[in-house]
Design a protein around this ligand. Sequence first.
Ligand code: GDP
Ligand code: MG
Length: 436
Amino acid sequence: LSDKLDKALHVLKGHGSITEVNVAETLKEVRRALIDADVNFKIAKDFTNRVKEKALGQNVLTTLQPGQLMVKIVKDELTELMGGDASGVNLSGNPSVILMSGLQGSGKTTFSGKLANFLKTKKTKKPLLVACDVYRPAAIDQLHVVGDAIKVDVFSDRGNQDPVAIAEAGIAFAKANGHNVVIVDTAGRLAVDTEMMDEIANIHKAIQPQETLFVVDSMTGQDAVNTAKAFNDILNFDGVILTKLDGDTRGGAAISIKSVVDKPIKFIGTGEKMEAIDVFYPSRMADRILGMGDVVSLVERAQEQFDEEEARKLQKKIAKNQFGFDDFLKQIQQVKKMGNMKDLMGMIPGAGKMLKGVDIDDDAFKHIEAIIHSMTPAERTNPSVINSSRKKRIGKGSGTSVQQVNQLLKQFNQMSKMMKMMQGGGGRKMMQAMSR
Ligand code: GDP
Ligand code: MG
C-alpha cells in the first residue's frame, strides 16, 4: 500500500505545480491503492470523493503549496476514517470483565496475555485469565504458558466442557481472590459458523462483560471485514484488536473494519512477545499507511509560518526583476521560523537516513545574515554596485572574509538568474524551491 500511495502522492508532495487534472489523477491512484489494500471499493470511493470535496472547498489550487495541502487533507481524512481519538478499554465494574472473540488463529490467546500484562504494568490492575477454549487441551496449556510468563493467574477447568460454566466460575474465582479484571479467552473456528456464534453469544449473555473485544488478524484483508460484521451482528462488540501488524502489513483492514462496523480499533499487536502491544492511534496508522514519515507535521509548520501576503508581494518583485538582498533576508527568516534545520530535514522521508552522521550547522544562515546586515540599503537593492572595496568593508563589518562575501554574491546571482528563467508563472515554483 505504502509504495503505491507513495507514488500517487509523489506529485502532490509539494513538488511544484498541480492542476485540476492531476488532482483527479492522483485521487484515482489513491483510490486504486486503497482497493489494492483490500479496502472495500465503496469505502475507497467515498474516501476520495470526500478528499476532493475538501480540496475544492479549501481552494487548494490557489494556495501557495497546493501539493502539501492535499497531502494534509488525505492524511486527515484517513485519520478520521480510522476513528478519531484512541480509546482505551472500559475498566468499570469489579471485577471488570473483558471477553475476547474472533476466529481461530486471530491471536486471541496471545492478546489476552498481552492485555493482562499491559493492565498489570500500566494500570496496576490484578488480572485473571480464564480459559474457555474447551475443544483443544493444548489451548488451555497455551494460556497457562502465557500466564506463567507474565506472572498472571490463569483459571481453567479441564474436566468441564461447558464454556459458559467455566466463564462464570472464573468470575467467581476472581471475586474470591481479589482479581479486579477478568479476561475471558474463548475458542474460535477457522471460519464463521453457527456453533461458534451461538457459543460466544451464550457466554456473552451469561457474563455480561463490560468490554467485548473482537480480535482480527490484519493479514486477512477483505475477509476481515466480513468476519467483523458477523461477530458485530451477534455481539455488538466494543472494540477491535488488530493483530500481526508486524508482518507484511496491509493497513487496509483497519480502514475497512472501522467503516463497516463503526467500532474503534483499540489496540494493535505487533509481534508474538507479550510486550508487542500498542494502543491504536489513528493518526499514526494513517502515517504508516501513507508511509510519509512526519511530512504532515512539516507541512503544518510550514503552513503556519509562511505568510501568503508576503509571498505574493515577493512574486510581484520577482516578476519585475526587483528581488534584492532585503527580500532574501526575509526569506531566510521565514525558513528559520520553521525551526531547527536538522529537525526540519529529519521530517522529510528518507532524509533521516541520509543525514546520519552529517552535521548540519544550525547556524547555517548566521554568516549570510551578518553579511547582508553589513550592506547598505543601496547595496541590498542593487547588489551590482558591490565592488572590491565594498566587499572588504562588508567582510570586516560582518566578521567574515571577502571570500565568504563573494560566495554569497555568487549564490545570489545564480538565484537571480534562476528567477529570471522562471519568469512567467514561475513565481509559485520559486517560492517552493526557496521554501525547500
Ligand atoms: P487464537 O487462536 O485466536 O487464540 O490465536 P493465538 O493467540 O494462538 O495466535 C495464533 C498465532 O499467531 C500464534 O502463533 C501467535 O504467536 C501468533 N500471533 C498472535 N499475535 C501476533 C502478532 O501480533 N504478531 C505476530 N507476528 N504473531 C502473532
Ligand atoms: Mg486461543
